[in-house]
Ligand binder design. Structure first.
Ligand code: PLP
Length: 422
């Protein structure tokens, strides 16, 4: 029965039943951390053989550089070829960064802030700076633009991507310098942008010539189904319109091989890449080319990497299934929440009744299950409706996840009942 249709007495007894279950849980001394989308141990094992690829004694890149030595600021040719296939750009349109795409994004913002983009005034010298933030979104994106003093404007997500009408209107303001996008299996909603959305992004004509779309395609090959639908290639679409400078594409192997020890890349127009490469050369002599070569040697082809991702899927898809099954069984009939059933990526986005998210996360924490902080999916950590909770199901063993979900739904029930009782 829908909770809102219950009488006050029924809600009171519903609440006290769930409080009893909650207290039993508290006694179990649970200690589980589901705060971040980390791969689990079995997933990490999939790439361990990569550590042996130099057993053949070959350290020479095809360009004649020994990858053990200094040099090549923007990546060895093999890595450029391999990763340009991964993110769908040409080998002249890519920079191979270090072990973190977030770091590459920070670098790109920092360059625009200090030096400007392709001749425009540095962002630091603009009286006002604004950035568009589709919400809910990735907390660390928002931290970057917060750090550089941007006013962040929330853009609601729709099932086909961020609200494009609103974006097209807002970019008429010259103070608006960019937007964060996770176009395939967005973090945390798991939404993939429709073809129309990608085309509208590619066709944007912002007032600010230095407006950039930060197209963080972190989950471009992270499918949870057998027949994945991939989004349109934004750089190709933008090129068709002569608008190729508008986008910076990012990706990494953090959730393909090892988080924190993968390879991060950025794709962009030749003009953008040439400018950023120049600045990069001031900050570093060269990233870890052994790791670049290790990845290329281990996978060989992009097709092999896609096969590798199917092994990840086998491990994590049952965990996503479990979460959705529990929510369907325990929450759907009560009408006290909505959630996504994503076809890829790393998260399930749960929307509780307004005003309940913080309470649910706190209840879970007090009983030993740490979730991503409520509000984290919004700029400045403020969810105006206090309802979004990011569930990251990949890391815990499935038995632990089942326990955590058992607790989670109890907490949702208690918080929703408290809200209704006022
Ligand atoms: N972008 C998104 C959307 C993510 O969800 C994450 C990690 O969760 C990252 C980037 C971080 O990637 P990296 O490890 O390459 O810095």
């Amino acid at each position: 029965m829908n909770l809102s249709q219950m009488t006050k007495d029924q809600i009171v007894s519903f609440k006290s039943e769930n409080e009893k279950l909650y207290n039993d849980f508290k006694g179990q001394g649970l200690c589980l951390n589901m705060a971040r989308g980390n791969p689990c141990k079995e997933q990490l094992e999939l790439s361990v053989d990569m550590l042996g690829v130099f057993d053949d004694g070959n350290f020479m890149s095809s360009c004649g550089t020994d990858v053990r030595n200094y040099g090549i600021v923007d990546g060895i040719p093999e890595a450029k070829k391999f990763f340009s296939d991964m993110i769908g750009v040409g080998t002249e349109e890519i920079i191979i960064f270090g072990n973190s795409s977030l770091n590459a994004m920070f670098f790109a913002v920092q360059c625009a802030f200090n030096k400007g983009i392709l001749g425009s005034k540095p962002w630091s010298q603009c009286e006002k700076r604004k950035f568009l933030c589709p919400v809910p979104g990735y907390d660390r994106h928002f931290k970057v633009t917060e750090f550089f003093g941007f006013e962040m404007i929330n853009i609601p997500m729709t099932p086909s991507g961020p609200d494009m009408d609103m974006i097209e209107e807002l970019v008429k303001d010259e103070d608006v310098k960019g937007i964060w996008c996770v176009p395939q299996y967005s973090n945390p909603d798991g939404i993939s942008y429709s073809d129309e959305t990608v085309k509208r992004f590619a066709a944007l004509k912002p007032a600010a010539k230095d407006f950039r779309i930060f197209w963080d395609n972190a989950y471009c090959i992270h499918h949870l189904t057998d027949d994945p639908h991939c989004i349109l290639n934004i750089l190709d679409e933008a090129k068709k319109l002569g608008n190729e400078d508008i986008v910076y594409v990012f990706g990494s192997t953090s959730k393909v091989t090892f988080p924190g020890a993968g390879v991060a890349v950025m794709g962009a127009s030749v003009a953008n890449v040439e400018e950023l490469r120049k600045y990069l050369g001031i900050s570093i002599i060269g990233y870890d080319k052994m790791n670049q070569f290790r990845h290329v040697k281990f996978f060989g082809t992009i097709e092999n990497m896609k096969e590798h991702m199917k092994k990840h899927k086998e491990i994590i898809a049952p965990k996503f299934r479990l979460v959705c099954d529990v929510l369907n069984k325990e929450i759907a009939p009560l009408g006290i929440g909505e959630w996504t059933d994503p076809e890829g990526g790393y998260f399930i986005s749960f929307n509780a009744p307004a005003g309940c998210a913080k309470r649910i996360v706190q209840l879970c924490k007090d009983a030993g299950v740490t979730l991503t902080g409520a509000g984290a999916t919004f700029p400045h950590g403020v969810d105006p409706e206090d309802k979004n909770i990011r569930i990251a199901p990949t890391y815990p063993p499935i038995e632990d996840l089942a326990k955590a979900m058992e607790l989670f739904v109890i907490c949702v029930k208690i918080a929703a009942a408290e809200k209704l009782l006022g």
